[in-house]
Design a protein around this ligand. Structure first.
Ligand SMILES: Nc1nc2c(ncn2[C@@H]2O[C@H](COP(=O)(O)OP(=O)(O)OP(=O)(O)O)[C@@H](O)[C@H]2O)c(=O)[nH]1
Length: 627
């Protein structure tokens, strides 16, 4: 006996057979009808639909036998699987493959076999439709054709079964997927940290999650009795309904808004809701899905922020008003001070001016704000003050004592520039200018007084010292610049002491002595040059300072003085004669003698003149006369 080999696609074939769920199933009329027809048409005692399982053949339908399965090894059908068309054994006894087959030598004693493979839609052979006889016989062509036709009918039945199974499988998978997705959805829905609700098209809650219950304070059953509108703040409802309407007419896919829910305890809670509309396959709206987030904390923060902002703005307004008031006050105060007061920024533009500016510059103070100082001050003055401005901007408080704002008005101002330092940075400076004309005049008067001899009106000793210092510094300046005047011309100091003055005092009284001193002063003034400096040193001592005087002229000057004072003096009640002894000290440009030294030299020379007999002059040894 020959055992049929396994088909090449055995595994796939067995898989399909199992999938079709035909094995070990109750008889079915659709199969039995075919075997009945086959047995009738071919006049055979046995007709089978045999399915070849892994180790057996099982008869899905059988006519003429009670056996429902046999081992695969002995199955004729196992051989028929390999046939393209059909396997026909006219006499098993004559066929070496089957002659000793137990089904041939034993029940049902097969002699004739004709089997057509039953193929699936994909060409996998599942079994056969076969006709069996216990007598040898031939298969007439029409009988073979009938067998084929019936086999095709069976194949269609199997194909339908296959399709049904596939459909069922897909449905099963769909069902499982759906169940899974529903389970997932349910889990997400229930455990979500945000509130979630399904809402029907009438606005009723149809499902709510625990978080939404927590947000609203309602139990789920209570919420399911309500519509969303019932727990929405009246002020928010209009917008909610408008957005919902847009959703329904497909003008938007979803919407999101902030609104207030009425909680069970009567309080309002701010939430952020995101709503989307679920439609069925036809696009008909089914229900709404809402995601609700508790934003009470955020709203509280926003409210706090808003309050803080409002408070801040209020304070700024108050501060601005206070500043305006203080600026107004400052303006009023400064407008009534006889001082020029201004504030200047780093760009040297005015940011504040008091009314004094109107009086001095003739412009409205409001017009000055923002104007550069350079456009207000006359150019020379601006150039004079610029170094002071720069020093003030560098952080130094500076004063310029001699400011003349207007050439038309002979007023003198003292400008003080005070840096405006904020947070360690100089942002500008204040200008405070005082009219110091009167003070200057008084000072000059005081100065002049201190420099004058009240008796003769001549400069006094102090004035002489000042004069000599000035002359010396002027001489050294012009010497340094090489601008000295005529060569040999220097400074000459004539030191005079009257001869016999004491006697006038003694004989005619002190007042006569005073009158004499006044006349002496006049005579000296008359004989010297206009530019020569005549001073009274003390008592009956006079000093003349002559600058730029040639040495040769000194003797002439001394002689003129001597002669002038030798003439009689006519006084109120007497006429007196005196003389004068003159000491001369020279300071040519190349000499650097100081005031004290020169005076001492002249004094010594004067004494020498006295010693020589008075009423004459004598040159200091360091200042010999020109020969
Ligand atoms: N009237 C008057 N006399 C003064 C004034 N100041 C000083 N004297 C006097 O001037 C005199 C100066 O003294 P001397 O220079 O010694 O008098 P003198 O007679 O000129 O003497 P010789 O210089 O030696 O010739 C003193 O008697 C002082 O009292 C003054 O302002 N008015």
């Amino acid at each position: 006996m020959l055992i049929a080999p396994l088909p090449a696609n055995e595994a796939a074939r067995l898989r399909l057979l199992k999938h079709l769920e035909l094995l070990d199933t109750p008889p079915e009329e659709s199969f039995d009808r075919i075997t009945r027809l086959l047995a009738g048409m071919l006049q055979v005692p046995i007709a089978l639909v045999s399915l070849i399982d892994e180790n057996r053949q099982w008869f899905k339908s059988r006519i003429g036998t009670d056996v429902c399965e046999t081992p695969r090894d002995i199955a004729f059908c196992a051989h028929a699987l390999h046939e393209a068309d059909m396997l026909v054994i006219e006499d098993a006894h004559a066929d070496t493959r089957f002659a000793d087959n137990p089904l041939v030598v034993g029940p049902p004693f097969i002699r004739f076999y004709a089997g057509v493979p039953l193929r699936s839609h994909d060409g996998l052979v599942l079994g056969t439709l076969c006709a069996i006889d216990t007598q040898p016989r031939k298969l007439a062509p029409n009988a073979a054709a009938a067998l084929r036709d019936l086999a095709r009918t069976l194949e269609r039945e199997i194909a339908q079964r296959e399709a049904a199974m596939d459909t069922r499988l897909v449905q099963e998978q769909d069902r499982r997927t759906l169940a899974l997705s529903e389970a997932r959805f349910s889990t997400v829905f229930q455990r979500s940290p945000t509130g979630k609700a399904l809402v029907d098209l009438q606005g009723r809650f149809i499902d709510v999650n625990p978080k939404l219950c927590e947000i609203t304070g309602y139990a789920a059953e209570e919420l399911l009795q309500k519509t969303f509108a019932e727990i929405t703040h009246p002020d928010d409802l209009e917008q909610d309904l408008r957005l919902l309407a847009e959703l329904m007419v497909d003008r938007r896919q979803s919407f999101s808004m902030e609104k207030r829910y009425l909680r069970r305890d009567g309080s309002w809670i701010w939430v952020q809701i995101s709503v989307s509309l679920v439609r069925d396959e036809e696009g008909t709206p089914v229900h709404l899905i809402a995601v609700i987030q508790d934003i009470a904390d955020r709203k509280r923060d926003e409210a706090l922020q808003h309050d803080y902002q409002a408070e801040l703005e209020h304070r700024v307004r108050e501060r601005t008003a206070a500043l305006a008031a203080s600026r107004e006050m400052l303006q009023t105060i400064t407008d009534n001070l006889p001082v020029l007061i201004a504030h200047v920024n780093r760009e040297l533009r005015y940011t504040f001016n008091n009314d004094m500016y109107r009086q001095v510059f003739g412009v409205d103070t409001s017009e000055l704000t923002g104007k550069p100082l350079a456009s207000v001050l006359r150019p020379e003055l601006y150039q004079q003050l610029l170094p002071y401005f720069r020093r003030a901007l560098a952080g130094e408080r500076v004063t310029c004592d001699n400011v003349r704002y207007s050439l038309a008005q002979p007023r003198v101002w003292s400008g003080t520039y005070v840096p405006d330092v904020r947070d360690g940075e100089v942002v500008g400076f204040y200008v405070m200018s005082q009219d110091v004309t009167e003070r200057k005049r008084a000072e000059k008067l005081m100065h002049d007084k201190a420099m004058l001899d009240p008796l003769t009106g001549l400069p006094n000793r102090r004035a002489l010292h000042e004069k000599m210092e000035q002359s010396f510094s002027a001489a050294s300046a012009s010497g340094a610049s090489g601008a000295s005047g005529d060569s040999g011309a220097g400074l000459a100091l004539f030191f005079m002491d009257l001869d016999g003055f004491k006697g006038v005092n003694d004989s005619h009284g002190h007042e006569t002595g005073d009158a004499l001193l006044r006349q002496v002063a006049q005579r000296i003034r008359q004989v010297v040059r206009q530019q020569d400096f005549v001073s009274r040193l003390a008592g009956d001592e006079f000093v003349v300072v002559a600058e730029h005087i040639p040495v040769a002229a000194c003797e002439r000057v001394a002689e003129s003085i001597r002669a002038a004072l030798a003439r009689p003096f006519v006084l109120d009640d007497c006429t007196v004669c005196i003389g004068t002894s003159i000491g001369i000290a020279l300071r040519p440009p190349e000499r650097q003698t100081g005031t004290a030294q020169l005076l001492s030299e002249a004094d010594a020379a004067m004494y020498e003149a006295k010693r020589r007999g008075r009423n004459g002059y004598c040159f200091a040894p360091t200042s010999p006369p020109a020969s």
